[in-house]
Design a protein around this ligand. Sequence first.
Ligand code: ZN
Length: 64
Amino acid sequence: MHRPVRCFSCGKPLADKYEEFEQRVKDGEEPEDIFEEMGIERYCCRRMILTSIDATEQMIEYER
Ligand SMILES: [Zn+2]
């Protein structure tokens, strides 16, 4: 799955955010709380990460 290094809309660097976000979601934290703690405030950036994670989960299902 391709994960953009920066948000397409505002240019915020996101490359180092995906892994932490995905791990914390799997640990049962609320995505909104994670975004706030990680300083990701804009909806464009949140959507960027969420769509990336959703696509990853779909790929994992295909592998089963
Ligand atoms: Zn953004």
